[in-house]
Design a protein around this ligand. Sequence first.
Ligand code: MSP
Length: 473
Amino acid sequence: MSKYYVTSPIYYPNAQPHLGHAYTTLLCDVLNRFHKSLGEDTYFLTGTDENSEKIIQAAEKLGEGPKEYLEKNVQRFKDLYQLLGIEYDQFIRTSDKEKHWPGAIEMWNRLSEAGDLYKSSYTGLYCVGHEAFLTEKELDENGICPDHGVAPEKIVEENWFFKLSKYASEIQKLIESGELPITPETRKNEVLSFLRSGVEDVSFSRPAEKMTWGVPVPGDDGQKMYVWVDALSNYITALGFGRGEELMDFWPGTHVLGKDILRFHAVFWPAMLLSAKLPLPKQLFVHGTIISDGKKMSKTLGNTISPYEMVERYGKDATRYLLLRHVHPFEDTDITWERLDEWYTAGLVNGLGNLVSRIMKLAETHLDGPVEFLPVGIFEDYEKAFENFDFNHSVNIVWGTIKFLDERITTKEPFKVVKTDLEKGKEIITMVVQDLYLVAHLLESLMPETSATIKTAVRANKKPENLFPRLES
Ligand code: MSP
């Protein structure tokens, strides 16, 4: 049985999860469900990135201990996934000394054995918000980080460096040749131009006295691993790397991520894997950013759309639908509550919801019992859409069938035919019920609960409760 492994980034639990986190993890869930439906042996990993200074700072701000603060926020991620029907196989936490640390240490040892780590003095501008060193060019005219609104800390310290430069041309070739596929093409080109501009070695550790948290560097008590080093290793530590390897045959996997962390995944991580003599990721899929009203969502601007509020307003599967059909998988997408309301009403209340009621009412009234032959199977272009990570297209294909069915009922008028020719009327109804079952089947990965409700209704020949209630106002 072929194996399929999909990962989300591990998120910083330094605040409530937001819509961006929900979106990425939802895409992983859909991919995982889809590959499972193809009969593959699948594994879906998500989790939290906890060895970050940001977390300590956020906890201190609230006067809470980091441990209780982490527990609370990690639970919020898990609760959100449940609300959205996101079913992962493992939730890794990088503060987990049993599951994560041995693999992170093993990774470090491999880099060291390959002769790719050396100690040197470092001067740089560190932005805690990014958990990364920034260049002067990336700051505004006042020396402030534009994304986090604070000046980075000037740091002069002794660090371990990783020979990233040694691997740059090899990675470039692997990306160019498609051996390390990056979707979409725009992101692939972005990485290639970064690689062509010349890559320097990178600092891979911080002095322990400056990092109360974090994985210790083996053999050097004075240093802790830079948070991205242990964070990227999560994709294999979760599979048992460095502690028994029990799930390592799922590697290599498909990484789903936002464009903000592309370089880490397309350059740092492959270089670490090459150095450690491990297979490269199977594929990187890099999606766009969700913005609202033309601006990045922010609490101060008041344009935040929270995933919790979305589920409360529209429901679980409707939220999945809205994100999958209307957030562009490759580019930035602007969403507002007004637009979401319109999309909900058009696609679900007047679209799918209405169709299910119409068909099942006809079936319940005129058929003698449940329809016998229930077709399952998927179209080639539907499968292709998933292969291309074009989630909008996958949903559009299903809605194409919904439109076709709506039109078929309007033109064939089974509600009239049953009055003059009952058998003919039943035949038309049976046909549309079969097609409705196919719609439910196609919805299995996208809207699992709705899919199950429709299938149950067809099998029982009974009109279900209103699937998508009209919005109050
Ligand atoms: N901890 C690192 C990732 C380490 S992975 C080894 C990190 N965490 S994060 O909490 O900042 O999450 C970043 C990710 O969240 C993005 O790459 C993206 O997947 C998702 N999103 C965050 N904001 C987003 C939007 N506004 N829109 C879409 N997704 C975005 O970086």
